[in-house]
Design a protein around this ligand. Structure first.
Ligand code: CTP
Ligand code: MN
Ligand code: MN
Ligand code: MN
Length: 402
């Protein structure tokens, strides 16, 4: 039992980008509770409330000990009345009534299930709920029109809601590397997102693609996607064109934090582990009935005999699974910004931009850093240089898990 006098007070800086947040979290009970309220706020399109809960959770993630008494929280930043009330409830009663009632509410459950479909955001889910659609069965029966992304999302729902493992991410990396090597040798791929932060699982796999010579990356994405498609690796893809140069916001200033790289949201068809060779090359030529990896060619005598329809509904007998993959192409001159922007966590990114704007009068995006006082862009060839420009201590990816 810790009393007030003995309570250790921690000094925690208020921006998440000033802190080192590893994956070791001593306060998972509290942070899970606050994250659930954040998620509920985000699903209800109350972003301000969502961020407040995310910031509170992030402060607790950064603490080196488990919180057992409210007195330990004195002086900590970002803990608003609402978050403190939730924490107090859990410390005193083992659970927060607000969290429990939210978790079990029909509305939250329906929002979770429906936004769990790739291509479905909170607004669409909300509309469907108003129309009486609360689950996948009701959605399938409803006859509402689904766009191409949502159709793929519904079809591969179970796979896409199952965590991607690091081994699967590595297997996808080999495939993407091979695709890039085939269409533009010496182009480089880098694993970003949660896996770069050291997570062992994720909801998708994120890659950045660049080329050491500026300009050579132009037009790369359609070629990479065509190659992947020709090899049977894609279940779904949508490429969005780079619009960074097309959008003119006046004298060289990026208008928003939305990035405008050429990117591809995709769903990969990944052969299951026992079906995968140790190398992709082996994989692609191995067998003709290895559905995830067959070659299509004019001379192929036996087209894939595997019935997709049968496979689809019997995941245990399937030889592949669907995996969400994000691909982003960046010119080398913007690569450090792209890498920093695509490594996350989402809160860490948000806090970096807030720090830049509020504390340094700078605008940070995944493309560039603009100094409003000097009215010029600050170049950077590495993430370290960007932190230096921002007057921040360098935080490595494994410590950006805010
Ligand atoms: N990102 C972005 N623009 C988007 C989507 C994502 O800049 N339209 C960035 C996010 O800010 C994040 C990174 O891409 O830094 C990865 O996003 P995401 O894959 O959603 O999250 P992860 O941290 O990788 O977590 P998970 O393991 O759940 O995929
Ligand atoms: Mn990710
Ligand atoms: Mn995510
Ligand atoms: Mn992603």
């Amino acid at each position: 039992q810790i009393n007030e006098a003995e309570a250790v007070l921690f000094s925690v800086p208020s921006y998440a980008c000033q802190r080192r947040t590893t994956l070791d979290n001593c306060n998972t009970t509290l942070t899970d509770a606050l994250s659930l309220l954040a998620e509920n706020a985000e699903l209800s399109e109350e972003d301000g409330r969502g961020v407040a809960f995310r910031r509170a959770a992030a402060v607790l993630k950064a603490l080196p000990v488990r919180v057992t008494a409210m007195s330990q929280l004195k002086g900590l930043p970002c803990l608003g009345d609402h978050s403190l009330r939730v924490i107090k409830d859990i410390l005193e009663n083992e659970a927060s009534s607000e969290v429990e009632s939210t978790k079990h509410s029909e509305r939250f459950k329906a929002l979770k299930v429906l936004t769990g479909i790739f291509g479905v955001g909170p607004r669409t889910a909300e509309r469907w709920i108003r129309e009486g659609i609360h689950n996948l069965h009701q959605l399938r029966e409803s006859g509402v029109t689904l766009n191409r992304a949502q159709q793929a999302g519904l079809e591969h729902y179970d796979d896409l809601n199952q965590q991607v493992t690091k081994a699967e991410a590595d297997a996808i990396a080999e495939i993407v590397q091979k695709a890039v090597d085939s269409v533009l040798p010496s182009a480089q791929i880098t694993l970003a997102g949660g896996f770069r932060r050291g997570k062992q699982t994720g909801h998708d796999v994120d890659f950045l693609i660049t080329h050491p010579e500026e300009g050579r990356e132009v037009g790369l994405m359609p070629k990479v996607v065509s190659w992947l498609e020709s090899q049977g690796f894609l279940l779904y893809q949508k490429v969005t064109r780079n619009s960074y140069l097309e959008v003119n916001d006046g004298p060289g200033r990026p208008s928003s934090n939305m990035d405008r790289f050429e990117r591809c949201f995709s769903i990969f068809k990944l052969a299951k582990r026992e079906e995968r060779g140790t190398k992709v090359t082996e994989n692609t030529v191995k067998t003709k009935d290895s559905v995830g990896a067959h070659m299509h060619s004019e001379t192929d005598q036996s087209p894939p005999s595997h019935s997709h329809e049968l496979d689809q509904h019997d995941s245990t007998n399937r030889r592949w699974r669907a995996v969400r993959v994000d691909l982003v192409v960046s010119p080398i001159s913007q690569f450090a910004f792209a890498l920093l922007g695509w490594t996350g966590s989402k809160l860490f990114e948000r806090e970096l931009r807030r720090w830049a704007g509020h504390e340094k009068a700078m605008s940070l995006s995944s493309h560039a850093l603009y100094d409003n006082k000097q009215s010029r862009y600050l170049r950077a060839a590495s993430e370290e240089e960007i932190f230096t420009h921002l007057g921040l201590e360098y935080i490595p990816p494994s410590e950006r898990n805010a």
